[in-house]
Each structure stands twice: as structure tokens, then as C-alpha cells.
Design a protein around this ligand. Structure first.
Ligand code: NAP
Ligand code: HSE
Length: 429
């Protein structure tokens, strides 16, 4: 097993490149502790040294000549985050030929050149990883390559472009115009350098070629993917679709049928109660349907600096494991610990009391909650003139110790027949 540091070079210091640099530097010790791989950022290739960026690096880290990186024996992993076809393809090839592992987020390069790049990586026997190329931060390529390797996959279907999903969501929820929301998606770093790739469905088609190759062991070129974008979707269409009980989403679908593979990217109406209809904003979701495991859904942020960088860093570590010879064989190191006492944690709760229906009961109970710092978000009382009626509260976020103390006091009141139920409320993301 190879000991010591693994040298990393990043090509391109844009949205994703800067996120990767930040995660590598902030989480270096944690990554090393978890994986045994000590990743050292050696060089970052930029076009313009004077460009204002969100992060600053030591001057010696910057490079403008790719040969400096290729010739550096201490650089083991090249991370291509420039985008575009050329020189990205040539740089990836040169890195593989120099026996450096390659990590890329570039689905355009894969959609166009995957067969030759994969063949070269196999020939040189070096890793070529691309988790961030589909689904941004969602772990999807890894599971398809590993956990699901024993499955016969019948179809892959999903929302795999964050920019168009963001635009359709904002048009639908806020009635905003296409152009207005596009500008926002660009500012948030979701859109490609040329956003027409997103809007016209090409980016989703790029990603579908990657998914299909992994799912069906078959590379389908872009020309064979029937592709349509969202340019023609009007707010009116979204509103009519809603009236009929549908959402409009840009869906990418690959199916393996007895008569061949079907592949397409289209704006599609899906019922509002379908799980994909609830996938909004920059989120992506992919359904994989296989003979063995059945349906799986992968969901998460499909674009953006840190989600994408998260996937890239995962690949860098995976490549580091191969280079160091540790593979995945070493179990993780853990320390032993204890959880925080429940009384110190907080949460929001539904509380159902059974109380006597007489004047002043609500006031008595509310006073006890207030004295214990328990804030009530809503309250309902049902029934009338009975011995036991339900009095139901939903609290705001409260300290559990305070809640327990207040319920103990409440339970001892003569008007309270029973603390019938206390249920956690999780409001989700
Ligand atoms: P970006 O913000 O446009 O950054 C690309 C960077 O690469 C820019 O800083 C650019 O320099 C630099 N660059 C381009 N050509 C170069 C060259 N020949 N030499 C040196 N530097 C060069 O793009 P990004 O959003 O980070 O995307 C990077 C890659 O990740 C793309 O393949 C994209 O498709 C993929 N990706 C992005 C996301 C996302 O959410 N953004 C998600 C998944 C995958 P200049 O600044 O001088 O132009
Ligand atoms: N432009 C792409 C998107 C970036 O919006 O999904 C993530 O691949």
C-alpha cells in the first residue's frame, strides 16, 4: 500500500472548482481520518490569473501551463472542471496517458467521447471517475456501478437538469417569466456557461447518454436521443396543466425494450400526485427500475457549487484509494461517544390532551406552557359540554426538557383527564 500524500490538480476555478478547493481544504483532516487518504492540493490551472474569485490561493498553486501539471510526478489526480469539449478532452487524455487518475464533472465530454476515453483509461489502467456529471450532488453513478452492478435495469427516468427544473418551478409557483428566472439560475451557478444547453434539453441528453451506458451497457450517441427543451413552455401551459391535475417537468427517459433502447428528453405532463411532480427548484430525481431490486428513487440537489463539489470530492477520494492501494477494504475508524441527553434536545410537537370542558381550562394549560418556555403554534378544541374533550396543540420548536416539565404539571391539573398523545412534528426541508 502506498503511504503519504496524494497530490491533486484542478483544471478550472469556476463555480465547481472553487467549491472543490474549499471542501478539500476545510475537510482535509476529516477526509484523511475517514479514508486514510491525505489529499494535497498541488496546482490549479486557470486562464486568467487576475480574475476576481471567491477564494484566494497561495501564488505558487496557480498554473497557466498544463504541462506543469502533467510533468509533476507528485500530482496523482487531475480534476477536470473547465467544461466544454476542447481542450477538456485532450487534457483528460493527456492526464490518463501520464498515468494520472482523472475526475471530471463534464457530461458534455462524456456524451461525446465516452467510448474512447473509457477505453483509454482501461488501457492505461488508471481511474476515470465522473459522479458529478449526472445529478450534481446525488450519489448515482457510484450506486449504478457498484451496489446495483448485479441488476438488470429496465428503465431510467428522471429530472436531470437543475436549471430547467428551477425555471419551471418558479414559473409555476411565482408566475414569473422564463427570462427572469433564467437570469436567477445563472447567478446561482446552476446554468451551463452557455445556458442554451440547459434550456434546449442538450444538457439532460448529455446526462442521459451516461445513465444509459451504465444501465444498459450500451453507449447511445447524442444524435440518437430525441431531444426537446422548455423554450416553448408558456406560463399558460403550466396553468392549464395544473387545472387538469398535472405538473410540467423536463423528463429524460431511457428504456430497454425487446425491440431496442428508447431514449428521449421532453417536457412532460405528470400527475400532481406523482413523486416527480414534487421535485422542485434545483432538485433532481432519478427513478431506476430493475428486474431485481424494483424501483429506486435517487433525489437531491442536481447543481450548484457545493452539491456538485461534494460529488467531485467523493470521486477524488475514491481515486486516492485506488492509487494508495487501500481500495475499499479498510473499515472506517470510529471513536466511541454518547448522544446528547433527550432533555437538552429540541423539536416541535403535537400534543393531545383529554380535558374537562369548562371555562378557564385553556388558560390554565396555556399559562403552564408559557411558564416553561413552550410556545404554541396552533390549538384546536373539539366537542362541547362533555366530561372529556380533546384539546390539541402543535408547538413551535421547544426544548424537550421544558416540554416534559410542563406536561408533568399539566397532567396533575384536575381539569386534565389524560395526556393522551405526544407526537413529534418534522417539517422536513
Ligand atoms: P464555470 O463556472 O464556467 O467554470 C469553469 C472554469 O474553467 C472557469 O473559471 C474557466 O475560466 C475555466 N476554464 C475554461 N477553460 C479553461 C482552460 N482552457 N484553461 C484553464 N481554465 C479554463 O463552470 P462550472 O459551473 O464550474 O462547471 C464546471 C464543469 O462542471 C462543467 O463541465 C459543468 O458542466 C460541470 N457541472 C457543473 C455543475 C454546476 O452546478 N455548475 C453541476 C454539475 C456539473 P474563465 O473563468 O477564465 O472562463
Ligand atoms: N447546468 C446543469 C443543470 C448543471 O442545470 O443541471 C448540473 O449538471
Amino acid at each position: 500500500m502506498r503511504e503519504g500524500k496524494i497530490g491533486v490538480a484542478i483544471l478550472g476555478l469556476g463555480t465547481v472548482g472553487q467549491g472543490v478547493v474549499e471542501i478539500l481544504s476545510k475537510n482535509r483532516a476529516m477526509i484523511c481520518n475517514r479514508s486514510g487518504i491525505d489529499l494535497e492540493l498541488k496546482k490549479v490551472l486557470v486562464r486568467n490569473l487576475n480574475k476576481k474569485r471567491d477564494i484566494e490561493l497561495l501564488p505558487e498553486i496557480y498554473a497557466q501551463d498544463y504541462n506543469e501539471i502533467l510533468q509533476d510526478k507528485n500530482i496523482n489526480i487531475v480534476v477536470e472542471l473547465m467544461g466544454g469539449l476542447n481542450p477538456a478532452k485532450e487534457y483528460i487524455e493527456a492526464a490518463l496517458k501520464a498515468k494520472k487518475a482523472v475526475v471530471t464533472a463534464n457530461k458534455a465530454v462524456l456524451a461525446n467521447y465516452a467510448p474512447e476515453l473509457f477505453a483509454l483509461a482501461r488501457e492505461e489502467n488508471v481511474p476515470l471517475y465522473y459522479e458529478a456529471s449526472v445529478g450534481g450532488g446525488i450519489p448515482l453513478i457510484g450506486p449504478l456501478n457498484e451496489s446495483l452492478v448485479g441488476n438488470n435495469i429496465k428503465s431510467v427516468m428522471g429530472i436531470i437538469n437543475g436549471t430547467t427544473n428551477y425555471i419551471l418551478t418558479k414559473m409555476s409557483k411565482e408566475g414569473r417569466s422564463f427570462q427572469d428566472v433564467l437570469a436567477e439560475a445563472k447567478a446561482l451557478g446552476y446554468a451551463e456557461a452557455d445556458p442554451s444547453a440547459d434550456i434546449d434539453g442538450l444538457d439532460a441528453a448529455h446526462k442521459l447518454t451516461v445513465l444509459i451506458a451504465l444501465a444498459f451497457d450500451t453507449y447511445i450517441g447524442l444524435a440518437d436521443i430525441d431531444t426537446e427543451g422548455i423554450r416553448n413552455i408558456d406560463i399558460l401551459d403550466i396553468s392549464f396543466a395544473k387545472n387538469f391535475g398535472y405538473a410540467i417537468k423536463l423528463l429524460a427517459i431511457g428504456k430497454k425494450t425487446d425491440s431496442g433502447i428508447e431514449a428521449g428528453v421532453h417536457p412532460t405532463l405528470i400527475p400532481l400526485n406523482h413523486p416527480l411532480a414534487a421535485v422542485n427548484d434545483v432538485y433532481n430525481a432519478v427513478f431506476v427500475n430493475s428486474m431485481e431490486v424494483g424501483e429506486l428513487m435517487f433525489f437531491g440537489r442536481g447543481a450548484g457549487r457545493y452539491p456538485t463539489a461534494s460529488a467531485v470530492v467523493g470521486d477524488i477520494v475514491a481515486a486516492g484509494r485506488v492509487i494508495s492501494g487501500s481500495g475499499k477494504s479498510l473499515p472506517r475508524k470510529f471513536t466511541t461517544g454518547k448522544t446528547k441527553p433527550i432533555s437538552e434536545t429540541s423539536g416541535s410537537f403535537y400534543i393531545r390532551l383529554m380535558v374537562a370542558d369548562r371555562p378557564g381550562v385553556l388558560g390554565e394549560i396555556a399559562a403552564i406552557l408559557g411558564q416553561n418556555g413552550v410556545s404554541v403554534a396552533s390549538v384546536i378544541q373539539e366537542g362541547r359540554d362533555q366530561d372529556r374533550v380533546p384539546l390539541v396543540f402543535v408547538t413551535h420548536e421547544v426544548n424537550q426538557g421544558n416540554l416534559a416539565r410542563s406536561l408533568q404539571t399539566i397532567a396533575s391539573l384536575s381539569c386534565v383527564k389524560e395526556v393522551a398523545n405526544v407526537i413529534r412534528v418534522e417539517r422536513g426541508y
